[in-house]
Design a protein around this ligand. Sequence first.
Ligand SMILES: NC(=O)C1=CN([C@@H]2O[C@H](COP(=O)(O)OP(=O)(O)OC[C@H]3O[C@@H](n4cnc5c(N)ncnc54)[C@H](O)[C@@H]3O)[C@@H](O)[C@H]2O)C=CC1
Ligand SMILES: O=C(O)[C@@H]1CCC=N1
Length: 268
Amino acid sequence: MNSKNITIIGGGNLGSSIAKGLVQSGLLKPEQITVTNLELHLIQHLKDEIGVNITTNNLEAINNSQIVIVAVKPTVARILLNEIKEPLQKGKQVLISVISGIKIQDLEDILVDVPVIRAMPNTAIAIQESMTALSFNEKGLEHKDEVVEIFDQLGATMIIPESQMPAATVLASCGIAFALRFMRAASQGGIEIGLSSKQSLEVAAQIMKGASKLIIENGTHPEPEIDKVTTPLGVTIKSLNKMEHEGFSSSLVQGVVSGHKKILETES
Ligand SMILES: NC(=O)C1=CN([C@@H]2O[C@H](COP(=O)(O)OP(=O)(O)OC[C@H]3O[C@@H](n4cnc5c(N)ncnc54)[C@H](O)[C@@H]3O)[C@@H](O)[C@H]2O)C=CC1
Ligand SMILES: O=C(O)[C@@H]1CCC=N1
């Protein structure tokens, strides 16, 4: 990886987060990373804060890179891919698409004979704590090790068949927003029972970190961990049962499933 350059096309929410995570990881030097946008002022902060190259010139950036990450909105993806297909087909750079709802076949229809990888990370990639799902086309598989090496530096990585990509998009990429909404709701409850807003948010964030680490580090399931907290006749079970009566788990499951339906409609 040390000698390769990466271009990120579309330095928005996700593209900028990827650039930050890459620099923080130390896998590449800032000067090996170029971020593009149609409007330079939108990515000036990346140059100022983390020292990466910025440009509006997609073609020049691609020509100077071995790995190209495309992070534009799905609505402009096809126009962009047609604009950049020539250098990609000539240079055979590895193309990593984080665009949701655009299948490998759609990418291959435009980019003939190019190694293509679909990656579905979340915005915690900025602090190397993403959950990233990866699917490869045949040529992309030749670059599996280096692509996994990149995303392993940026959090956890899971290689999946592309048929699971809609599910991974909802749970891994949208999921960070679901978790943050839980955090906000818990801290709102905390304020109602007497903690300050600052205290509530600090507690809510730390309990989520603790809960995550219990599962990730102990390799256990949530339910036995919950059993350890629920004292018979106690407070936790009273609160949990009230939450379940109000549809807590059911609303989460339904939210995940409706996101999945939405993305399946997009991909069909
Ligand atoms: N935001 C998220 O958490 C996640 C987003 N995604 C996917 O990532 C993609 C980007 O999402 P966001 O970062 O949220 O969108 P965004 O709108 O924040 O960023 C896209 C950027 O691309 C720029 N852009 C548009 N056309 C361009 C062109 N021709 N050349 C260079 N730059 C161009 C836009 O000016 C914009 O700043 C989408 O396809 C989305 O589905 C996937 C997983 C998570
Ligand atoms: O909400 C969206 O459509 C995108 C895809 C995954 C996260 N954000």
